[in-house]
Design a binder for this molecule. Sequence first.
Ligand code: GLY
Ligand code: MN
Ligand code: MN
Length: 433
Amino acid sequence: MDKALFARRRRGVMQLMGEGVAIIPTAPEASRNGDVLYRFRPDSDFQYLTNFSEPDAVAVLIPGREQGEFVLFCREKNPEREMWDGRRAGLEGAMELYGADDAYPIEDMDQILPGLLENRSRIFCFMGRNAKFDTRMMLWFNEVKTKTRAGISAPAEFVDLKYILHELRLVKRSEELRVMRRAAKISAVAHTRAMQTCKPGMFEYQIEAELEYEFRKGGSAYCAYPSIVAGGENACILHYTENDCELNDGDLLLIDAGCELDCYASDITRTFPVNGKFSPEQRDVYEIVLAAQAAAVTATRAGAQWNDPHEAAVSVLAQGLLDLGVLEGSLDGVIESGSYRQYYMHRTGHWLGMDVHDVGDYKIDNTWRELEPGMVLTIEPGLYFGPGPDTDPRFSGIGIRIEDDAVVTTEGCELITSDVVKSVEDIEALMAG
Ligand code: GLY
Ligand code: MN
Ligand code: MN
């Protein structure tokens, strides 16, 4: 993504701030053990505004500041450290490559930052995200307050920057959609490979390896979330990530996995038979989930409310549970009582973007918000018959979810993950080939 895009985003935020100063740190580095760190992934909000992917960095936006509105604190160049830990942009690079008006060493932040707060009415920040950083902000704030006798005013308010930034992140522009479509395509290739490779007797982690091979080969540096590769009844554990069991002939395999590309997530679930052929019971449940997804897709369009796809899916799932004889009563009764939740306990989707469960409010003034072109969401109904004394033995151990990523358009929605098959016939044909 080009430098001008990030400048436009910063301008957009500053226009909405009007006045004040925004302080946005990147993510802290996380220790894995001893002196080993997890691979660094920048904070999404920081990345959205800067495209600066090094650790130890803080962006400050100061609308109207004469000497420059975008200040970046970052690591200085250091040949010795760069030989060990990798290249650094340094202060000059921060200005030349990333468009900072001023760049300062991160070590000097405690000296410089209080001055940037002087005579500013409000501090925009993400309080509560990082307790250590919050404490430092209070110290800077208190330092400005000590100067009021000298005629300097201190900010009077702290404002959560999410009200501005997350609304901007929620609606994806064309550059972002291009990346998200690419991420979706890589993940679709990976799921296709998983279906083609799967055989009884393999282990879940072997399929995980096939998926993640395609992610990395496609240029993705990370999974968007830990891959779920769940054979048989493991599929009924919604966030199953052990992925260490053998895949049995006659079981289904549920895979929920997506790559992250350039800090944008994809999120796909497919469920298919380990041996390539659905049993009649598996097929009956599968067709219900597939029909529920189709209903939710049809309900996804600009002007619809956030909850419409969920309600459309629930209606089909609940009717399906009645038809299977798993639930009794009327459709309205099953929906009203929520008895279907025994088999469908999650919601039908979430926002998707830089975070897999992306930012943005789902309700405004306590009403489900309207979908707008450029919003991206997942559509992921499922049915889960976890084994237990109350579970109909015909379906015990079956867990099925089908998940695609949708971009809201004026006419409806664009499914960007549809390269990977999902009808019973197409899955069986692919696995037979
Ligand atoms: N993979 C996480 C989710 O589907 O929400
Ligand atoms: Mn999802
Ligand atoms: Mn998922």
